[in-house]
Structures are given as C-alpha cells and as structure tokens.
Design a protein. Structure first.
Length: 91
C-alpha cells in the first residue's frame, strides 16, 4: 500500500511531462527511497529536471549509444511503414 501511495504521488507530480495523454511510467521499489519516472521525450525530461529539482532530488539517466542507435533504427523503420511513434520504449 505504501508503494502504491508513493507511485500515485509521483504520477500526479510528473503528469504534465507525460505528453499528450499525461501518461508517465513510474516504478517504485518496495522499501526504497527512489523511483524511476519515464516521461514522453528528452525535452520533457529536461523540463522536469529543472522544474522538479526544488521538490525532489532528480537525476537523468542517459541512454547508451547502442540504445540511441536502436531507437533511431526503430523510428526509421516505423516511418518507412507509415507508423508514427511518439514515445520511447525502454526495454
């Protein structure tokens, strides 16, 4: 229950950085003092870092070159098929 309350708080706090639908992905581990928040884009992440720094201790996870290349390749393939993708999958 405490994890669900913390997750709900983080989702509310970061909702505006989640893109058109306001959706963000929040992962909170049991008995931890941190959470992972995924937002819609790099620009939204940068904005969240600036605006939320006074309220939370925030850090930005950087993508590896491999992750960036895989994302670019997937976007190119999707564009060739006419599929528009507006968010990043971090598997």
């Amino acid at each position: 229950p405490e994890v669900d309350l913390r997750r709900a708080e983080m989702e509310r706090a970061f909702r505006k950085y989640g893109g058109p639908n306001g959706a963000v992905f929040v992962s909170v581990q049991k008995d931890s003092t941190f959470a992972f928040v995924e937002v819609a884009s790099e620009q939204q992440a940068d904005l969240a870092l600036v605006e939320m720094a006074g309220r939370y201790r925030v850090n930005k996870a950087r993508r590896t070159k491999h992750e960036a290349l895989m994302e670019e390749r997937a976007a190119k393939e999707a564009a060739e098929k006419g599929i528009v993708k507006d968010s990043v999958d971090w598997d």
